[in-house]
Design a protein around this ligand. Structure first.
Ligand code: PLP
Length: 507
């Protein structure tokens, strides 16, 4: 493809993308293709001769788009959003053009330096404590990871290193060529290490523990506590671990759990750790993958008491969920960057250079699991500048207002629905009401009715909802944080849900 063909193709593609967004509401949200549909449409081999763009482009409409579920559709109410915006797309375009595997500062100084700057901007915009700033008192800072799953794994690796260094005096963290006795002590200590989360913690924490070969314990949380981890719950789990000879070294505290958007009790967590004999050595990672975005609003900073995170060790928020930035843009903050470098700063001669060796610069390869990295800060910079704090606040507040609108519509039909959680952070979780025709329903009957409403609403193709299960109760999640969603989309969605529920419940 030469530059002239690229110019024409790219210009037409941009026009097409604009039309796609402008007409998105008219499409069905969810793709209706059957598994394996694409194999029947595409050849089995790479073509021998290169094809013209016109032929490739034609396949987008006929073969790819039918298999796309539209995450930016105004009636995408499933999971959490996966953001996009025009400034972010422009950032992606430049990033693709300025291609590089910018693992060290020297690979492209602007890539590293812009990342440090925009993550400091973001930390301040979210009201995070100073310890997470690169210029803060604890030598903290931020790095862009590909996902929150990568963030929790990174935090857990660093936490394990920090914990073991304290346990094995003089141990410098390298295993190769280590004194066999020391290695034995380290490996034995590893066997008793346990990472803690709750029954609501995202599965990525369990996966990280599995990757690292450490135990994971999920602390039960209760509906009466809003599904949040409490001081008592954590204290009991710590005591139980210690009684079993296990060593808790890591805790995930969540701000906005995936199922119900509950927020763990930061003050209670701090108090439980302070009261524990070895609590100071438990690394607390705050998973704010989705709801952390709402911290752009001062009222959310106050209600979540985010200032208390000054006691914790790391924090993740995905700008690619609720902050208008394309996937991937998972922002990870640490209170002492040295912990990451110690755990992940594995040297290799080929990566040495004067700036790195002189200790003058940040080399982000030492803050993450992969080596290579994309220029992701550019799209974040474009988004933050285009929207400004006020624009981001307005967008996040609109999503939350629409959550309240959903809850009002559900409450207005208490003969059909019961709210199980929310509205909080633009998420409302609900199920079928407890009675039908004046008779009380069993748990199984309510679950079956809720599932029937859920499946029939999704079968319309016009709305996409997801479900969850809470203490054996099947429930429907409805999220209203997609950029394109407006009040009338929510009202139409609620009308459909009510109509379906009337047919199911009354029929
Ligand atoms: N944490 C929470 C609370 C989530 O809701 C999710 C995904 O939705 C994740 C972590 C995992 O995010 P990622 O896809 O970035 O790994």
């Amino acid at each position: 493809m030469d530059s002239q063909v690229f110019r024409e193709a790219a210009t037409a593609t941009i026009e097409e993308i604009i039309t796609y967004f402008d007409t998105l509401a008219a499409r069905d949200v969810v793709s209706s293709v059957q598994p394996g549909y694409l194999r029947t449409l595409l050849p089995t081999e790479v073509p021998q001769d290169g094809e013209p763009w016109s032929a490739i482009h034609a396949d987008m409409d006929t073969k790819i788009l039918p298999g796309i579920t539209h995450w930016t559709h105004p009636n995408f109410h499933a999971f959490f959003p996966c953001a996009t915006s025009y400034p972010s797309l422009l950032g992606e375009l430049y990033s693709g053009a300025l291609s590089g595997a910018c693992f060290n500062w020297v690979c492209s100084p602007a890539v590293t330096e812009l990342e440090t700057i925009v993550l400091d901007w973001l930390a301040k915009a979210l009201g995070l404590p100073d310890c997470f700033l690169s210029t803060g008192p604890t030598r903290g800072g931020g790095v862009i990871h590909g996902s929150a799953s990568e963030g929790v794994l990174t935090a857990m690796v660093a936490a394990r290193e920090r914990f073991l260094r304290g346990k094995v005096p003089g141990w410098e963290g390298e295993y190769a060529g280590e004194d066999a006795e020391v290695e034995e002590v380290v490996m034995r200590a590893r066997a008793g290490m346990v990472a803690l989360g709750t029954g609501m913690t995202h599965s990525s924490a369990r996966k990280a523990a599995r990757v690292l070969g450490v135990r994971f314990r999920a602390i039960p949380v209760r509906a009466e506590d809003g599904y949040a981890l409490t001081r008592e719950g954590l204290a009991a789990a710590l005591a139980e671990c210690r009684a079993q000879g296990l060593q808790p070294f890591f805790l995930v505290a969540t701000l906005g759990t995936t199922d119900v958007c509950s927020v763990d009790d930061f003050a209670g967590i701090s108090a439980a750790l302070e009261a524990d004999p070895d609590g100071e050595r438990v690394w607390v990672h705050v998973d704010a993958a989705y709801a952390g975005a709402a911290l752009v609003c001062p009222e959310v900073q106050a209600s979540t008491r985010i200032a208390l995170a000054a006691r914790f060790h790391s924090f993740t928020v995905n700008m690619h969920k609720w902050l208008l930035t394309n996937f991937d843009a998972s922002c990870f903050f640490v209170r002492d960057r040295e912990w990451l470098v110690r755990a992940l700063g594995v040297s290799q001669a080929v990566y040495g250079n004067a700036a790195s060796d002189g200790g003058l610069v940040t080399d982000y390869r030492e803050w993450q699991i992969p080596l290579g990295r994309r220029f992701r800060s550019l799209k974040i910079w474009f988004v933050l500048r285009t929207y400004g704090i006020k624009g981001l606040q307005e967008y996040v507040r609109r999503g939350m207002r629409m959550g309240v609108r959903v809850a009002e519509a559900l409450r207005a039909r208490s003969d059909l629905f019961e709210i199980v959680a929310g509205p909080i952070f633009a998420l409302t979780v609900f199920r079928a009401a407890g009675e039908r025709g004046g008779a009380a329903l069993t748990l199984e009957e309510r679950n079956a009715l809720t599932r029937e409403v859920y499946e029939k609403v999704n079968a319309t193709g016009k709305i996409w909802l997801t479900s969850t299960e809470l203490d054996g109760r099947f429930a429907i999640r409805l999220m209203t944080a997609v950029r394109t969603t407006q009040e009338d989309h929510v009202d139409r969605a609620m009308k459909t849900i009510v109509e379906v529920a009337e047919r199911v419940m009354k029929g």
